[in-house]
Design a protein around this ligand. Structure first.
Ligand SMILES: *[C@@H]1O[C@H](CO)[C@@H](O)[C@H](O)[C@H]1NC(C)=O
Ligand SMILES: *[C@@H]1O[C@H](CO)[C@@H](O)[C@H](O)[C@H]1NC(C)=O
Ligand SMILES: *[C@@H]1O[C@H](CO)[C@@H](O)[C@H](O)[C@H]1NC(C)=O
Ligand SMILES: *[C@@H]1O[C@H](CO)[C@@H](O)[C@H](O)[C@H]1NC(C)=O
Ligand SMILES: *[C@@H]1O[C@H](CO)[C@@H](O)[C@H](O)[C@H]1NC(C)=O
Ligand SMILES: *[C@@H]1O[C@H](CO)[C@@H](O)[C@H](O)[C@H]1NC(C)=O
Ligand SMILES: *[C@@H]1O[C@H](CO)[C@@H](O)[C@H](O)[C@H]1NC(C)=O
Ligand SMILES: *[C@@H]1O[C@H](CO)[C@@H](O)[C@H](O)[C@H]1NC(C)=O
Ligand SMILES: *[C@@H]1O[C@H](CO)[C@@H](O)[C@H](O)[C@H]1NC(C)=O
Length: 334
């Protein structure tokens, strides 16, 4: 019960943060490089002629976006960063800001002044018109960094998505087999373009990919303000077309025959020794037999030792494969 209440609380908190000033501020949402509408909410009840009005929009740093001076556009006061990017819809007094940049996010005010006998008189001021700018991240792309190695069942993947805003919340990899679905969080590397302020994100992960099953792996990016998760195309690895399979076919003969050869050697040697023991009974020969046995053992040992480098390599390989196959399945970041 407790965690769910906590969760609910945090969700409510987030909702509160996003919408708390919605009462006082009108939130405008625009996508990067598209057009934002900045309304003025001026109704002109007295049907004042445009010739008597001075209307302008300012950003939170008091930079002028647009000015309509007595019915005519007045570009002199417009800040360079807004030059040529605005147009006024006079029907509903909405300023359109084109080619929206991340830098454009923030609050805007619209001022309406009337030319009176004693100068300009403010007749309308709309503040807290908040512009929220978003950029959709590209569809994440999953790619392979490294195949399975001889001593690891892990496959390293990377996932990348570009040109989004704001910073994403989470990136993860989903590994699906016929019977299971596992999600692994990836550490995100976030790069911000210092001109556009857009973010690129990438994440890498070493995933334990079972050799026996067909697997499908994709990565998922969770943006911060939108609910939709972005999913990459799946990367499929067939049980049959695995890279390590090569290892088994290439060295398969050696792997399977070496222990057999070893066992055969040992049994042959011990059989020979036993035969000789039986053929030569008696105390005097007992000694010899033991000596012979020792000699034979020495030879067998030598034979075995000659194989040691080759054999240890192969068994180590087998050991490692079985170890990683049954061992630590947890994904590791890198
Ligand atoms: C407002 O004034 C214009 C002329 O300045 C006139 O054509 C128009 O009908 C007036 N509208 C209203 C609602 O009074
Ligand atoms: C203002 O009018 C234009 C069409 O003339 C429309 O596209 C726009 O959405 C309107 N804006 C608001 C804030 O009503
Ligand atoms: C961004 O994504 C949202 C859905 O997540 C969509 O409604 C919107 O049209 C997209 N905007 C652009 C510019 O692609
Ligand atoms: C992984 O193995 C496949 C086929 O075995 C090969 O085509 C691919 O280039 C390899 N990739 C890497 C990153 O080693
Ligand atoms: C982000 O990705 C785009 C497209 O791949 C690239 O052109 C740009 O240089 C990258 N920006 C950063 C800051 O890494
Ligand atoms: C952006 O960052 C790069 C290196 O991080 C730097 O060389 C470049 O001067 C920066 N550009 C601007 C406009 O700040
Ligand atoms: C993997 O998929 C292929 C078809 O793409 C199927 O023939 C095969 O039986 C599957 N193997 C396993 C282990 O599920
Ligand atoms: C999935 O489950 C079925 C039935 O429980 C089983 O026959 C099959 O071998 C399992 N597949 C894998 C890849 O574990
Ligand atoms: C794969 O990632 C793991 C974990 O970070 C790392 O230890 C290993 O060297 C990587 N393998 C390759 C072949 O890059």
């Amino acid at each position: 019960m407790k965690p769910s209440i906590m969760e609910l609380r945090s969700i409510l908190f987030v909702i509160f943060i996003f919408f708390s000033d919605a009462v006082s501020a009108i939130k405008c949402l625009a996508y990067f490089s598209e057009t934002a509408d900045l309304p003025c909410h001026f109704i002109n009840p007295q049907n004042i002629s445009l010739d008597e009005l001075v209307v302008f929009w300012q950003d939170q740093h008091n930079r002028v976006l647009y000015e309509l001076y007595k019915g005519k556009e007045k570009p002199e006061n417009v800040h360079p960063m807004y030059k040529g990017r605005t147009s006024l819809d006079q029907d509903n007094w909405t300023l359109r800001l084109h080619n929206v940049q991340i830098k454009d996010r923030g609050s805007y005010q619209c001022y309406v002044h009337r030319q009176g006998p004693n100068g300009l008189v403010s007749i309308h001021q709309k503040i807290d018109n908040y512009l929220l700018v978003l950029a959709n991240f590209s569809q994440p792309e999953i790619s392979l960094i490294s195949n399975r190695t001889e001593n690891s069942d892990n496959i390293n993947f990377t996932c990348a998505s570009t040109k989004g805003y704001p910073e994403p919340k989470k990136m993860s990899f989903v590994l699906k087999t016929e019977n299971s679905t596992n999600e692994y969080d990836a550490l995100m590397n976030i790069f911000q373009d210092n001109i556009t302020e857009l973010y690129n994100v990438s994440g890498s992960l070493s995933l334990p990919v079972s050799p026996e099953a067909n697997v499908s792996i994709f990565c998922v990016l969770q943006p911060t303000l939108t609910q939709t998760w972005l999913r990459s195309q799946p990367y499929n690895i067939d049980a049959k077309s695995r890279n390590t399979r090569q290892l088994f076919t290439d060295h398969g003969i050696l792997i399977t025959t070496l222990p057999v050869l070893f066992i055969v050697c040992v049994t042959v040697v011990s059989l020979i020794v036993k035969k000789r023991k039986k053929k030569q009974p008696g105390p005097s020969h007992e000694c010899e037999a033991i000596e012979m046995e020792g000699e034979e053992n020495e030879q067998a040992k030598q034979r075995v030792e000659n194989r040691v480098p080759e054999r240890s390599d192969e068994t180590q390989c087998v050991d490692n494969i079985s170890k990683t196959a049954s061992g630590d399945k947890s994904a590791t970041h890198f």
